[in-house]
Design a protein around this ligand. Sequence first.
Ligand code: ZN
Length: 294
Amino acid sequence: MARFSGWILAVLIIATMAAGGAGGSDRIPVAASIAPLADFARQVGGDRVAVLVLVPPGASPHTYEPKPSQVRQVARARLLVLNGVGLEYWADKLVRAAASPHLRVVDTSRGVALLEGDSHGEHGHPRGNPHIWLDPRQAILQVGHIRDALLRADPPNATAYRANAARFVSELEALDREIAAEIATWRRREFIAFHPAWVYFARRYGLVQAAVIERSPGREPSPAELARIVDTARRIGARAIFAELQFSPKAAEAIARESGARVLFLDPLGASLQDGGYLALMRSNLVQMAQALR
Ligand code: ZN
């Protein structure tokens, strides 16, 4: 039996080498705007894709500017995977600069029931709130768009893309059940977030965003706004104020001091994770939220 498995493995390795698969230079080059979408592309594409993430760890898509070297990388890519809903307000300019006839832009927000956005800030999102990937059920739709784009870009590997997508979708469904079961045990529903990143998550799992510190990231709250958030924190008996790794925690610290709460960090983008994996990212956010809401 062992010898038989070894023989199968040898054949697979030769077949893979012949196809130029694992480690080959003919992987489909894919650019993705943010780390969670890059993870979706890797999950579906497996070793048939080479995925580049544009917004670096620790940065925010709300304040990002593509570098010239990234324009050249996007020009070599076959797919540019975007979240959509205006999150990548810089994408049109990037695509024009890349000027590649081979590049297909994949808007993964198609079919998502959008929640209202914020159009007050410089980089407001007049088309709706863009943070759809933070609801695993919407993430499943996004994975479907990435699968379909890979099927069109690389039909010979359709079977692999379909199988990988089906496996990952079942992992996302399991994650969704896990989060719902955990949140069902929490005594508190209302939370204060750094910016309106968790509204789809809240809609899905019956939580309530009671206040946000920055309506539009990068726009600091006025003293009057801070005072209102402190009032809200006291009213809901907040045990924690959520800051985010991509932004300064100063305002969250001030609100926490005034309202007797502490500061915890949420990460909508995966800056805190070595592998950037979405499933691990969501589980680590759930652990943070549980400390405040359980
Ligand atoms: Zn955001």
